[in-house]
Design a protein around this ligand. Structure first.
Ligand SMILES: [Zn+2]
Length: 97
């Protein structure tokens, strides 16, 4: 599966920062499914930091970096960052996590 490059299509399980920006989103809301951590991220800042070909998931995991559960040895207890507005932005009811 191509991560970077010229794909015009939304890959099944990867959303790129460039695709979010192309849909006009200025901010992404970030939440953790396992703790109270939340925040708002500037899409422009994420683009500058990671590039348009970086996946949103990767950027979120980097941004939630100080969460105490990020590297928990049990997968079920590990931090689970997501963007609640992202599915709506892409016109679907849910996105693969
Ligand atoms: Zn967390």
């Amino acid at each position: 599966m191509p991560i970077a490059g010229s794909s015009k299509f939304l890959a099944k399980d990867v959303i790129l920062l460039g695709e979010v920006a192309a849909r006009g989103a200025a901010m992404l809301e970030l939440r953790c499914g396992r703790c109270e951590r939340r925040g708002r991220l500037s899409v422009q800042r994420l683009l500058a930091e990671y590039g348009a070909d970086a996946s949103v998931r990767r950027a979120m995991q980097a941004q939630i970096g100080d969460c105490p559960n990020r590297d928990h040895s049990q997968l079920q207890s590990r931090c689970d960052p997501y963007c609640p507005g992202l599915a709506r932005l892409f016109g679907v009811t849910s996105l693969p996590r």
